[in-house]
Design a protein around this ligand. Sequence first.
Ligand SMILES: Nc1ncnc2c1ncn2[C@@H]1O[C@H](COP(=O)(O)OP(=O)(O)O)[C@@H](O)[C@H]1O
Ligand SMILES: [Mg+2]
Length: 375
Amino acid sequence: MNKSVKKIPSPMKASSVFPNGFEADFLGSDAPAIQILNSLNTGVIVCNHSGEISFANAYASKILKCAQKDIMQSRVERILLPIEDIIESVQGDAQDRTRQEKNIQLKNGEEVTIGYHLSEVTIAGGNQGEHSQFVVTFQDITKWNALHRDRDRLLRIATVGDVLPTILHELKNPLAAITTAVEVLIEEVEEIPAKESKALLQAILGEIRRMKLVFEGIGSSHRELRSPTMMAVDEAIREAVSVLKAKAKSVGIVLSCAVDNMPPLFLDTAVVRAILFNLLSNAIDACRSGDEITVKAGLKKDARSFELIVRDTGCGMPKSVQAHCTELFKTTKPNGSGIGLSLCQNTVSAAGGTLHIVSEVNRGTCIKVKVPLND
Ligand SMILES: Nc1ncnc2c1ncn2[C@@H]1O[C@H](COP(=O)(O)OP(=O)(O)O)[C@@H](O)[C@H]1O
Ligand SMILES: [Mg+2]
């Protein structure tokens, strides 16, 4: 623990910062350091290893809706969080100390979310000699979290809006094929042999499955990539590619796919398809007639990770575009939304995976999604 303990350097010696050796009686003190702490727009609470609070600044009082003096007579677990959690967190990995958050109930019954950071400082002097104290700096992030939720909700709505024209287009072809097949069946049901009728019915079923696939893609924008049940990811990828093959072909792009046979995986096929849908849509946008797109998928490193690669020979990205292309709302297209890659990146990162982009102007782009598989 002591490695991370900061010593307060002189001239900010703690004995002068906190008169009376932390005896919590410095409200109204005009010591410059106290004035500085009280002018911060961040809550600051200092407590000892038993959880007794020795200092709270003015902003802590504002966030917690409780008088500074009352906070200072309280214990940290009654105001913020259990002292055991603070000790564990401070003694743990330094990274764990950043950006922690917790819902707490204020004295007036109101629930707020606080984001906090913990550190330990060694205080020299005062009545207790050299001893260490915990410092909790915190903010009320309730509104910020609500904004985040709103943003995510808008993002989902926008995603549906973004893919809607493509989806409608994708539904047109299967609907036309179904209509023709049903018309043939109605008109010639008495004349055509049973074998042919069955083939037509199977063709209809195939088209209905394609439509289902497209609808699934829309429904998956709020789901997680990992799934509690095992699913046939390889089949899902092949199906998704076949849905977009017609679109690619219509603009002279050759779309091919090499998907290894894989055992069922703990991944949600609807989400895998949605990622592929976004990557392939971008690749098609980047290509012109004569260009090629290849989709590869398989397991790597003794089946410890799943890999999906979409490579195109399209226009590629300059470095300045590539550096920001996964950021939300970053788009270079006149009617683009800048949502697709951001969504892919977020979904893959949330599952502990990576999205790696290699791109060269006029040569093309290769995007590799890698997701570790849990045993
Ligand atoms: N395969 C690709 N080839 C070239 N540029 C790409 C490719 N994929 C993504 N990009 C770039 O990244 C930007 C962001 O993509 P995306 O988030 O899907 O939003 P949108 O497609 O709406 O523009 C695109 O506008 C484009 O400039
Ligand atoms: Mg896109």
